[in-house]
Design a protein around this ligand. Structure first.
Ligand code: NAD
Ligand code: IPM
Ligand code: MN
Length: 352
């Protein structure tokens, strides 16, 4: 029985995870897949009370005993303004478990959801492969003469051949396995030639092994514009950690917002971490306003990882049907709260 650590986390993370678990229970009932869902209390509450974010022993436990982590969101700007607990837990999981693929699909579930005039479901269907273990996220650097007029802050951008190659290869492999014909690599090599140069060289080298797939490199500023102007051009985008973070919120905006955008952090063959792209949304927390669909779609990606893509598709279909029926939260034009939107999905899954 696959063991899953459920980490609701902070803010709306708790509310949307409750609905994702509800959908998971509904879709797995009678399916032959049983999940051992173990709730983990990690987040701002525990950090503020105990000073502990996550321990090395807990990382060992995840690595040795679990197949997946389902995470809501981490971030509590009021009580933990430095966000250190979220970095330790979330970036800790990505780095220490070496989950180098951050897979972020940008897919339109209904024509009415995109703010782009004249574009529909056939036009907005891409996947972002975000490098997830390096870049400016590694926390290398420091400050000097802090608080003085001469203050210096250095944040290093770490790019290794191994790291760049494996994410690029993952993007091509996924494209080939899923019938896509083009992979776009995005960097900023016109300004940052060391990192960008490595990305371009490795991209060219790996692309040569996939003659059946077109390859192209785009500067990230131009790509940000073009994702809005001509989303139909893009199928698979592979990029570094920071650019991938930014482009994935832009991608979310193209398909109806963060309330609909799931993500998976994976290293093939190992435990995976599944979380919506959105954060803890303090502006919505505790008000039954958050859209649980991103978290539900995220649990669908988890089911795929656990070997049951059929169940993942059922979750996706249930969400799609809810959207088509107008059974959504307010930001998508509906009248449902978080719990009722989760119930609407669960009802479609159980036929109740
Ligand atoms: P956010 O994603 O929490 O919110 C951005 C905007 O999107 C807000 O207006 C919010 O109301 C809206 N939104 C987000 N999720 C929604 C949902 N499910 N339904 C409807 N609307 C939704 O980003 P932020 O405000 O920049 O960050 C808040 C906190 O979350 C910060 O502490 C940040 O570091 C953290 N964060 C965590 C994660 C994560 O855990 N994976 C991701 C992003 C941000
Ligand atoms: C995300 C988030 C995180 C990131 C933050 C909370 C560190 O924005 O998962 O997209 O930047 O990766
Ligand atoms: Mn982000």
């Amino acid at each position: 029985m696959p063991k899953v650590a459920v980490v609701p986390g902070d803010g709306i993370g708790k509310e949307v995870t409750r609905e994702a678990v509800k959908a998971l229970r509904a879709v797995t009932a009678g399916s032959g897949l049983e999940l051992d869902l173990v709730e983990w209390p990690h987040g701002a509450d525990r950090y503020v009370q105990t000073g502990q974010a996550i321990t090395d022993a807990e990382f060992d436990d995840l690595r040795e005993n679990y197949q997946a982590i389902l995470l809501g969101a981490l971030g509590d700007p009021a009580r933990v303004p430095g966000n250190e607990h979220a970095r330790e837990i979330l970036l800790g999981m990505r780095f220490k478990l070496d989950l180098y693929v951050n897979y972020r699909p940008v897919r339109l579930f209904h024509d009415s959801l995109t703010p782009l005039a004249g574009k529909g479901m056939a036009d907005v269907d891409m996947v972002i492969f975000r490098e997830n273990t390096e870049g400016v996220y590694v926390g290398m650097g420091g400050v000097f003469k802090q608080g003085t007029a001469d203050e210096v802050a250095i944040q290093e951008d770490v790019n290794t051949r191994k790291g760049v190659e494996r994410i690029i290869r993952a993007a091509f492999e996924w494209a080939r396995a899923n019938g896509r014909t083009r992979v776009t690599m995005s960097d900023k090599s016109n300004a940052m030639e060391h990192a960008g140069g490595l990305w371009r060289r490795v991209f060219k080298q790996v692309a040569a092994e996939y003659a059946d797939i077109q390859s192209e490199a785009k500067y990230v500023d131009m790509l940000a514009m073009d994702m809005v102007m001509a989303p139909e051009r893009y199928q698979v985008i592979v990029t570094g950690n920071l650019f991938g973070d930014i482009l994935s919120d832009l991608g979310a905006a193209l398909v109806g917002g963060l309330g609909l955008s799931p993500s998976a952090n994976i290293h093939p063959g190992r435990i995976g971490l599944f979380e919506p792209v959105h954060g803890s949304a303090p502006d919505l927390a505790g008000k039954d306003l958050a859209n649980p669909f991103a978290a539900i779609l995220t649990s669908g990606l988890m089911l795929e990882h656990l070997g049951r893509p059929d169940l993942g598709r059922r979750l996706e279909d249930a969400v799609r049907d809810c959207i088509a029926a107008g059974e959504t939260t307010a930001e998508l034009g509906g009248t449902l709260g978080t719990t009722a939107a989760g119930d609407a999905v669960a009802r479609r899954l159980t036929g109740a």
